[in-house]
Design a protein around this ligand. Structure first.
Ligand SMILES: CC(=O)CC(=O)O
Length: 657
């Protein structure tokens, strides 16, 4: 990125700015704390400048969002100068579920679509009662604070109910989507030893029923910690008889009377979730997130970065095996309705999510860069076919949204919309960089660094740089840092994951750049996948951006292959139907990369593959492909949605010379 202003694609009107939660928060800061800032850049700068400001920010956010707690305590931070080690609200006691169950009445708490087959909705009162019953059932089962409850469930209301019931007891919730096979589930739940398992009988994907009960039966046999399994009846026959110690969840739940929930008040940092790293380089890491940190981080991201308002209807396309599920469900705490969708986003075709947006009055539409690319490549024009007037914000994550993806959103979906490309991930159950509802959107740029996060980009010497690629870091503590890794008693794995590179600084592992002109951010890929031909670091997204401009290319994956003491860039392309990788196409691909990026980016080899391997949450796996090309074992193929695709990269003659 040069120090130039990219094209501005959208700017909020003055009325819109005035109506945002963020403007309300800025007023609150002014009235309560005398902090006066004119715009987002000034607010961000103030919010992370010193310990005092960070503390004021989080205190103000707590009040502004109306956090419910038994006690907040006087201290906002302890050991602030230590990373790891710093703590937020060390004297506070609260319950996460209580904060998400504040609304009452017959309005929608959850709306659920299971592809085009199932539509259900649950009111706030009904949700509360179901959570109450399940919490009573879990209590009878002996679940106590700190115990683990696991869910092998689709993205359906029961998953939220189980999570809320677990959290109401101060226990720890962990989930895995039902597309994982037995080994994938055991690699995850085997490490955390849940006491109770909730699992689905079958689910829908791409119009077909996919049975899960046989996997559940196999998993339960190898998970001795599980004392009881509750089978959720969804797309199967609901028969639990083949599973040890299993019962149907609906019948079990009905045995309990419900009524007021006794929310156990827990320390701010008590574990709420265990999330799993993708596990493509070994056993998945079990990342433990705290109740208070998750709550505050999501309140901030929803209300201030995404403008979620009371009465909104918030949607993110996700499974419950991805942290965007945890992110989405917290929207209840901002008094929004949560819209859940389970299945393929193309079932029966690309229209389904836009139909949901129109029929359900969606206000925030969350998706992935890959979905936006697919719409663009397929020439879909959702804005012409659907009334998307309710949708104010469109979010994208999963991989960097390239500049062309911004065009698809504004040309094909909606012109008056805040496009928030967001990035962070499982490690922080949230974002480092995200939207700014009161500022402009520039083509190809993430709008802003998130409030109260001292995000920067460092060069290899640990110096802050602008308009230059480097490592994304965070220089001060923040509430949603993980509490710890499970089974890491001395914290060594935790330290090595984030704090070993720069002293007292979070090293995130994204290769990124901050513009000195707009303050926007571009992410060029994961830093462990960067290419290094001739000693120059190149982010993989720099290459994807060029290659995917060619209509023949459906997708691509690029790696650095070690040859002698150097590295060469090898690009694999998956072509759209009807095309072949002719010499002419290879020349045009190289030409596009050379003119669009630089001669250094041009791959030494361009090879065709019929499929690109990806994780179950849709991320292409450059490191796994790199391993295969170098003849190394891919450690955890269970993490992949299509592990068989790896064989197309193995032993390729073209890569022997
Ligand atoms: C917010 C994110 O960064 C989500 C992801 O891509 O994992």
């Amino acid at each position: 990125m040069s120090a130039q202003k990219p094209e501005m694609l959208w700017q909020p009107s003055q009325e819109r700015i005035a109506s945002t939660r963020l403007s309300g928060f800025m007023d609150h800061l002014k009235r309560q704390y005398g902090v006066e800032v004119r715009d987002y850049p000034a607010l961000w700068d103030w919010s992370r400048a010193s310990r005092e400001n960070v503390e004021t920010f989080w205190s103000a956010l707590w009040d502004f969002c109306g956090v419910v707690a038994e006690t907040r305590g006087d201290r906002v931070t302890a050991d602030f100068e230590k990373m790891p080690g710093a703590a937020f609200f060390p004297d506070a006691k609260l319950n996460f579920a209580e904060n998400l169950l504040q609304q009452q009445g017959r309005g929608d708490a959850i709306v659920f679509w299971g592809e085009d087959k199932v539509k259900t909705r649950l009111s706030h009162d009904a949700l509360y009662q179901r959570v109450s019953k399940v919490a009573q059932g879990l209590k009878e089962q002996g679940v106590e604070p700190g115990d683990r409850v696991a869910a092998y469930l689709p993205n359906m209301p029961e998953t939220m109910i189980v999570m809320l019931a677990t959290a109401s007891l101060g226990a720890i919730f962990s989930s895995c989507s039902p597309d994982f096979g037995p080994q994938g589930v055991l690699d995850r739940f085997g490490q955390i030893e849940p006491k109770v398992l909730f699992a689905v009988d079958a689910y829908y994907y791409n119009g077909k029923v996919r049975p899960s009960a046989p996997t559940v039966a196999e998993v339960v046999k190898q998970l001795p910690s599980v004392q009881k399994t509750l089978l959720v009846h969804y797309a199967g026959d609901g028969d639990p008889s083949g599973i040890d110690n299993a019962e149907r969840m609906d019948a079990w739940e009905e045995r309990f009377p419900g009524g007021p929930i006794d929310f156990v008040q827990m320390p701010f940092n008590s574990p709420l979730y265990i999330l799993f790293s993708s596990g493509t380089t070994g056993q998945p890491k079990c990342i433990v997130h705290g109740a208070g940190g998750t709550l505050l981080q999501h309140l901030k991201e929803h209300q201030l970065q995404t403008d979620v308002r009371p009465g909104d209807r918030t949607f993110y396309f996700t499974t419950c095996g991805w942290m965007m599920w945890n992110w989405l469900v917290s929207a209840l705490a901002s008094r929004a309705t949560v819209l859940l969708y389970d299945g393929s986003p193309f079932a029966p075709d690309w229209r389904i999510l836009f139909r949901m947006a129109q029929e359900e009055g969606m206000t925030q539409f969350g998706t992935s860069a890959k979905f936006i690319d697919a719409l663009g490549n397929g020439g879909a024009m959702p804005g012409q076919e659907f009334d998307l007037s309710s949708v104010r914000t469109l979010m994208s994550t999963g991989s960097p949204l390239l500049a062309e993806g911004f065009d698809v959103v504004y040309n094909n979906i909606k012109s008056d919309i805040c496009l928030s490309s967001i990035a962070g991930g499982t490690d922080i159950v949230g974002c480092f960089v995200a939207g700014n509802p009161i500022g402009p959107v520039y083509r190809g740029e993430i709008q802003a660094r998130c409030l109260a996060l001292d995000v920067d980009v460092y060069d290899e010497n640990g110096q802050s740089v602008r308009d230059q690629k480097g490592e994304l870091v965070c220089r001060k503590p923040f509430p949603s840092m993980p509490v710890k890794f499970w089974n890491d008693p001395d914290g060594t794995r935790f330290f090595n994951a984030y704090f070993a590179t720069y002293e007292n600084t979070w090293h995130h592992g994204d290769f990124a750049e901050i513009s000195s002109v707009t303050g926007g951010v571009v992410i060029y890929g994961r830093s462990d996948a960067t290419l290094n031909p001739g000693g120059v670091r190149i982010g993989t997204a720099e290459i994807y951006r060029q290659v995917e401009k060619l209509p023949e290319v459906a997708e691509s994956i690029v790696i650095g292959q070690n040859v002698g003491d150097d590295q060469r860039v090898v690009l694999f392309v998956h072509l759209n139907e009807g095309y072949q990788l002719t010499e002419d196409l290879v020349t045009r691909i190289k030409q596009q990369i050379k003119s669009g990026a630089s001669p250094r980016h041009v791959p030494a080899k361009v090879l065709e593959v019929p499929e690109i391997p990806r994780t179950r949450s849709g991320k292409i796996v450059e490191l796994a492909v790199r391993d295969v090309v170098h003849g190394n074992v891919v450690k955890n193929k269970e993490a992949l949605a299509n592990p068989e695709a790896l064989k197309h990269f193995e032993g390729r003659d073209e890569l022997r010379d």
